[in-house]
Write a new protein. Structure first.
Length: 345
């Protein structure tokens, strides 16, 4: 019998520093160092942990958001840049895969960005949330499909989605079809109230079952003083509290350890990747349980740029490598584009 493929993973329920551009970065680096002493090989931080999630956008009218939005621009990191260099250095020092959410500044636009640093410090994946949710559309631009894939890392094949992207079944299926082994999910936490935590649990335990993968989910937490600093309205304060669910979920949908639902902290577990095969032997949604002759996913995984340079009228297209295309024939969609299925991978 082969030795089980085990990985020590952690999810951090991080308390951000709302009044310091560097404060949250320092806490992230401290959490990485502390987790390393516990033998952690993969660590996941909340959605846009650096510098902080824009909680004010959920409770402020648009006309009042200007100063807070401009402050976020000022504090938001570029990718790459000094912040990512620091995190990359920590990942490399401790031989740890780090999954981090940041408010990425790209010139005049902010993006909800997910970064996967491999254990050598390399950025293995940079992706942007494809559709900011509700109030978030006043804060962030839209991402594209170029990051909707899993990546090989030291600990296995890792995929990532942010928050309500998990309510887009086709986005989830793209990662499932790319054979993610560890799904790293990030939510804001301290938002909407207890119902939000319940919704996360239902959604993420279902994804673990459907994908046959492990799910490592991280949310953030605000204390009473931080909530009051965002809004003094007691009714609105209820909207930026609760909603915390930091958890590690196994491919059968069970918790690997008790989730953290309140307060700052970290959940840690040693997972056995062999359980993926045990689950998929019974139901593989992108293999023996799929029906590609009936149902396929078409996706555009090109990087969408605003300027095309070179041949006039040419489409700026990053083609899918031939070896990753589906083995079936590739019919044309009504608009003339190619259908691939189920997805690259």
């Amino acid at each position: 019998m082969a030795e089980p493929q085990t990985v020590r993973v952690a999810a951090v329920q991080l308390q951000p520093v709302l009044d310091s551009p560097d404060g949250t970065v320092e806490r992230v680096l401290e959490e990485i160092a502390e987790a390393a002493r516990d033998g952690v090989e993969l660590i996941v931080f909340p959605e846009t942990a650096i510098p902080y999630y824009p909680y004010w956008s959920f409770v402020m009218p648009p006309m009042a958001m200007g100063p807070a939005h401009l402050a976020l621009y000022e504090h938001a990191p570029t990718v790459p840049g000094p912040v990512t260099d620091a995190v990359a250095g920590a990942a490399r020092k401790h031989g740890m895969v780090v999954v981090l959410g940041v408010n990425e500044r790209d010139h005049g636009t902010l993006y909800n960005c997910q970064l996967v640093f491999d254990a050598d410090g390399r950025i293995a994946l940079k992706r942007r949330k494809i559709t900011p949710t509700y109030h978030e559309r006043m804060v962030w631009g839209q991402g594209d499909g170029s990051g909707l894939h899993a990546v090989d890392t030291t600990v296995g094949r890792v995929g990532a989605l942010a928050c309500w992207e998990h309510y887009n079944p086709l986005a989830r299926y793209a990662l499932m079809a790319d054979h993610e082994q560890i799904h790293c999910s990030q939510f804001p936490g301290s938002l909407v109230g207890p119902i939000f935590a319940e919704q996360q649990e239902v959604t993420l335990r279902h994804h673990a079952l459907e994908s046959g993968c492990f799910v490592v989910n991280a949310t953030a937490w605000l204390d009473a003083d931080q909530i009051a600093s965002v809004t003094e309205d007691a009714k609105l304060q209820k909207g930026i509290s609760g909603g915390c669910y930091t958890a590690i979920i196994q491919p059968d949908g069970s918790h690997a350890t008790e989730p953290l639902r309140d307060g700052p902290g970290r959940v840690t577990a040693t997972i056995n990747l062999d359980l993926i095969t045990k689950r998929k032997r019974m139901m593989d949604s992108v293999g023996h349980y799929a029906r590609p002759e009936l149902l396929q996913l078409w996706m555009n995984d090109c990087c969408q740029d605003t300027v095309t340079r070179g041949v006039t009228g040419a489409s700026h297209h990053h083609p899918i490598p031939e070896e990753t295309r589906h083995e079936q024939s590739e019919p044309e969609a009504p608009d003339g584009t190619t259908v691939t299925g189920p997805a690259p991978g």
